[in-house]
Design a binder for this molecule. Structure first.
Ligand SMILES: NC(=O)C1=CN([C@@H]2O[C@H](COP(=O)(O)OP(=O)(O)OC[C@H]3O[C@@H](n4cnc5c(N)ncnc54)[C@H](O)[C@@H]3O)[C@@H](O)[C@H]2O)[C@@H](O)CC1
Ligand SMILES: Nc1ncnc2c1ncn2[C@@H]1O[C@H](COP(=O)(O)OP(=O)(O)O)[C@@H](O)[C@H]1O
Ligand SMILES: [K+]
Length: 512
């Protein structure tokens, strides 16, 4: 699903209004009707007090139009107009008049007023600012936002939490609404997924307001939100008359004394995503534990006992995952350096592989084309340097990926895969996955997919999704805390099965 920026959303509104020959007010009415039916289907007329805080732009207009629907359906409401400017939008004014025609007079809030009392069981509709926020709110508006945040009431934000910019991080977090739920129009916003801005909302949902499909389809975006519909077409089916040679030979290179487990996890994940053969290249000390615990996995060893000093590959290797648990011994650095000189095979580089690259930047030019790098935030910082905020991070990551022709997988709650100027934002996964070795599993998954001939970018996007889905199945069975890297591996099979379930008419999924 595409993630549009504010200019594109405004353009889509304009295009839709012209093509469908409707007024902008009709589009606002559509938006308000969608919000109303969402609210009404949940509240069913409950006698709960609803406070609507409405700005004076179109986001406020949505709120005022919603107020009319609520009052017409018997809800107990209080409308507070946050009068932060005298430049009221046309559609806001149209809707204000309609409200007044129904004898409902909003309370106007300004810099001198007392803020309304909010009961802990009340509901707040936040329609102060939408995607039009272009500067920090004035002090009194910021205080009002603080007052709303301090209440125990449930906060439902319209389109975006008010105070959240779409293209930068607010330097004053207290000026942003902390929404329990956001009803966003048509498409998700990038800020929902970045660590510094995503914290302002708990959940989000999309409301379709019928923006022109052709415009949405044709408009190129810098970011895409990756869910099941996006990953399914990437899947490569297994063929009836195939043999293991058709599914590649993945090699995991890594491990050091005390960190052989990382290789074990990555190699098992490789097997579970369907790699035909899996070999590990590890220091001698890992030979017995790996051979005895994983009968399917072949083991090659370095001549050194505790670390890697010279990397050798099986002759028919088709993809390499390198770096997990590998350490940064100087002989390992030398081995990795000459390995990069000699090997132009598809490669996933993780953990100490990334640390070595960061310490020896000249090696970056030796990476094979479209190498997949899977840094967690600290590893990323070592590679691309410090960033000012999450937007700057994305800009720097894109520049890095372009400079070295590599695919960057920025791991996090919403992992973002960057390539060719575009970002692919993963939709699944959970905090249970913040656990030792879950990154090693991801390395194995992506390597195993590349070994089977998935193009590296697709392997990264598909692999990240599959990893998140396995993590979600693990947490649904065990709870967040008990998710381990091994439970993620154990659920890779179920994740594949889940991918091919289709929704039944009742909304329950059935195998396809
Ligand atoms: N354009 C359309 O046709 C539709 C727009 N919709 C709503 O319209 C919203 C965008 O509306 P607007 O563009 O009017 O913008 P907002 O309602 O977000 O903001 C209102 C105006 O306030 C001004 N402003 C920005 N920051 C300010 C600040 N810190 N202090 C004081 N004034 C400030 C800006 O000029 C801005 O246009 C969307 O988020 C959505 O809720 C929906 O009604 C659907 C249809
Ligand atoms: N809060 C979270 N929500 C979803 N996924 C997460 C969360 N925290 C971590 N993950 C995922 O878990 C993995 C952790 O990787 P990493 O930090 O490299 O772990 P390790 O080094 O222990 O293998 C990444 O794929 C990341 O996206
Ligand atoms: K809002």
């Amino acid at each position: 699903m595409k993630i549009f920026n504010a200019q594109q959303i405004y353009a889509a509104d304009k295009f839709t209004i012209e093509k469908q020959a409707i007024t902008s007010d009709a589009l606002m009415e559509r938006a308000a009707e969608r919000i109303f039916s969402w609210v009404h289907s949940r509240l069913q007329g409950a006698k709960v007090k609803i406070h609507l805080f409405c700005g004076i732009g179109n986001n406020g207009g949505d709120g005022i139009a919603l107020a009319r629907h609520l009052v017409e359906n018997g809800y107990e409401i209080a409308v507070h107009v946050v009068n932060y400017s005298d430049k009221r939008s046309k559609d806001f004014l149209i809707n204000l008049d309609r409200l007044k025609e129904r004898k409902l007079w909003p309370e106007f809030l300004d810099s001198d007023c007392e803020f309304p009392e909010i009961g802990h069981e009340d509901i707040i509709i936040d329609a102060i600012f939408g995607i039009g926020l272009n500067r920090a709110p004035e002090d009194w508006v910021a205080k009002l936002i603080g007052h709303i945040n301090d209440s125990a009431a449930f906060i439902l934000s319209i389109d975006v939490p008010s105070g959240l910019f779409l293209d930068k991080v607010s330097d004053k977090p207290e000026q942003v609404i902390r929404a329990n739920h956001v009803l966003s129009f048509q498409a998700p916003k990038l800020v929902f997924f970045l660590p510094e801005t995503g914290v302002f909302l708990n959940q989000w949902e999309l409301l379709d307001i019928g923006l022109d499909q052709e415009y949405l389809y044709k408009t190129e975006t810098d970011f895409e939100f990756i869910g099941k519909p996006e990953v399914l077409p990437l899947y490569i089916p297994r063929l009836k008359f195939s043999h293991k040679g058709n599914y590649g030979h993945a090699v995991i290179v890594g491990g050091s004394y005390g960190k052989i487990g990382a290789v074990n996890l990555a190699a098992r994940a490789c097997l579970k995503v369907g790699s035909g053969l899996v070999t590990t290249f590890i220091p001698e000390c890992g030979y017995i534990p790996l051979q005895t615990s994983e009968p399917e996995i072949m083991v090659l060893t370095d001549e050194e006992e505790d670390f890697i000093s010279k990397i050798e590959l099986p002759s028919n290797a088709s993809a390499i995952g390198v770096g997990v648990g590998m350490g940064t011994h100087e002989q390992t650095v030398a081995a990795f350096s000459s390995f990069l000189n000699d090997t132009k095979m598809p490669m996933v580089i993780d953990a100490d592989g990334l640390n070595i690259l960061a310490e020896n930047k000249r090696l970056l030019n030796k990476m094979p084309q479209q190498a997949v790098l899977t840094p967690h935030p600290k590893e990323l910082e070592r590679l691309i340097g410090k960033w000012e905020d999450d937007f700057d991070k994305l800009k720097k990551a894109k520049a890095f990926s372009k400079k070295y022709d590599c695919i960057l997988v920025l791991k996090g709650a919403h992992t973002i895969t960057i390539y060719d100027g575009k970002g692919y934002i993963n939709s699944n996964g959970n905090p249970g996955m913040a656990t030792a070795g879950s990154g090693d599993v991801l390395t194995g998954i992506i390597t195993g997919l590349i070994a089977q001939n998935y193009p590296p970018l697709y392997a990264a996007i598909f692999g990240v999704y599959l990893h998140g889905l396995s993590g979600d199945i693990s947490s649904s069975e065990n709870g967040y805390e008990a998710v381990t890297a091994s439970t993620i591996i154990a659920n890779i099979g179920k994740a594949f099965m889940e991918l091919f379930k289709r929704a039944s008419p009742e909304g329950q999924e059935q195998p396809q």
